[in-house]
Design a protein around this ligand. Structure first.
Ligand SMILES: Nc1nc2c(ncn2[C@@H]2O[C@H](COP(=O)(O)OP(=O)(O)OP(=O)(O)O)[C@@H](O)[C@H]2O)c(=O)[nH]1
Ligand SMILES: [Mg+2]
Ligand SMILES: [Zn+2]
Length: 363
């Protein structure tokens, strides 16, 4: 195994060389990943811009000393980077995404909704009250793993709860790859608690249901009222959907921050790998079952049941995994059906066009 020992090496005079000033683009989240897709001429002719908001009438974009609007036509997500074509904005070139959050659109079984692109860290927010729900957290985390975005769980309203430890323990048990933070978003040191993920040039996003304090966290990071917040209904601790649009804000230090509207329903599709990552413990156990197609019910040599009996696997966790995996398969099939129908339609058009051209040729 090769190990990286660089952190143990003496730093070679780094404190003597002043850091170069960060460029305006870097302060919008421009990273080497995007720069490597563009040559110098393209950079000069079509300057990079970042999508900060997407709505029906188009997308707001921001670049170096530039604020603009791209008319509808491109399928864009907040956080996207484009090479802006001033003469024909809808011909702007979309750069490859480092990451993309998408979900099965609510109410449209056969469509995707793009949530955000090029996010480095996602804070999955829930509060220490009735909103706390392990199955829902697992959905958000599986989506993050699928999108290859590092997730962190933030438990807000620590001040309203006698003992946060049971919440922290349950959140921590979901995955040892996901840090958990409990905080008072209104009065706690939010910037300090999230500092590890908020270096200049990074892009962070807040996801979670309504009323959990996403906008409150955003405001705390800015030290200013960037986003509106409002009270929750006391009876069921649910929010009122105060934030209605996904919006990217930028701090003076060069951190890109995405606030999102509360999401009640998160349906996963094309997220098999993300789910397997999150439930790696169950997947590994299942691989040790005697039969490849073991349903972990009554089969002999079932490693999953053995782990449950030994108290090493929570049966409720297995059940949640099964349910999420089955739902994901169903959603993925529905989307695949639609895609294949579109492909068939595309083929039909091509055949018709060809036949038409053929006839013309014979005339
Ligand atoms: N006491 C306390 N109140 C909080 C905390 N976090 C948020 N709140 C309050 O909870 C309410 C909802 O907070 P928001 O920040 O608007 O919640 P949101 O997640 O942005 O909600 P949507 O925009 O509807 O998705 C507000 O009244 C906040 O002041 C916290 O840690 N402690
Ligand atoms: Mg909000
Ligand atoms: Zn089994």
């Amino acid at each position: 195994m090769t190990r990286d020992y660089s952190q143990f090496m003496p730093s070679m005079g780094t404190h003597n060389t002043p850091k170069p000033a960060r460029s305006a683009l870097e302060n919008l989240g421009w990273q080497a990943f995007f720069a490597s897709q563009v040559d110098v001429e393209a950079l000069a002719a079509t300057p990079p811009v970042r999508v900060t908001e997407v709505h029906k009438s188009g997308a707001n974009v921001k670049g170096d000393g530039f604020d603009g609007l791209i008319p509808p036509g491109l399928e864009l997500a907040v956080g996207d980077w484009l090479l802006f074509d001033e003469a024909l904005p809808t011909h702007s070139l979309l750069l490859d995404r480092k990451s993309l959050f998408k979900r099965r659109a609510a109410g449209h079984a056969k469509h995707y909704q793009l949530i955000a692109a090029n996010v480095d860290t996602v804070f999955v927010v829930t509060s220490c009250n009735q909103d706390f729900n392990v199955a829902r957290l697992e959905r958000f985390l599986a989506l993050a793993f699928e999108s290859e975005v590092a997730p962190v769980i933030v438990l807000t309203k620590a001040d309203l709860c006698d003992d946060t430890q049971p919440y922290v323990d349950q959140a921590q048990a979901i995955s040892d790859r996901v840090p958990v933070i409990a905080i008072d978003a209104k009065a706690g040191d939010v910037a300090g608690a999230l500092a590890d993920w908020c270096a200049p040039g990074q892009t962070i996003a807040f996801l979670g249901t309504s009323g959990v304090g996403k906008s409150t966290l955003v405001n705390a990071l800015f030290g200013a009222e960037k986003a509106a917040t409002s009270g929750i209904r006391e009876d069921d601790a649910r929010g009122r959907h105060t934030t209605t649009a996904r919006q990217m804000h930028f701090t003076d230090s060069g951190l890109a921050v995405l606030d999102t509207p509360g999401m009640r329903e998160l349906q996963l599709a094309d997220a098999e790998a993300g789910i397997a990552d999150l439930f790696a413990d169950v997947v590994e156990l299942a691989a040790q079952c005697k039969f490849n197609d073991c349903a972990h019910e009554t089969e002999p040599g079932c490693a999953v049941r053995a782990a449950i009996e030994a108290g090493d696997l929570d049966p409720a966790r297995l059940e949640r995994y099964r349910k999420l995996a089955a739902e994901e398969r169903h959603n993925t099939e529905t989307l695949a059906e639609r895609r294949s129908r579109q492909k068939d339609f595309g083929k039909m058009i091509k055949t018709v066009t060809k036949a038409h051209k053929g006839r013309k040729g014979r005339r």
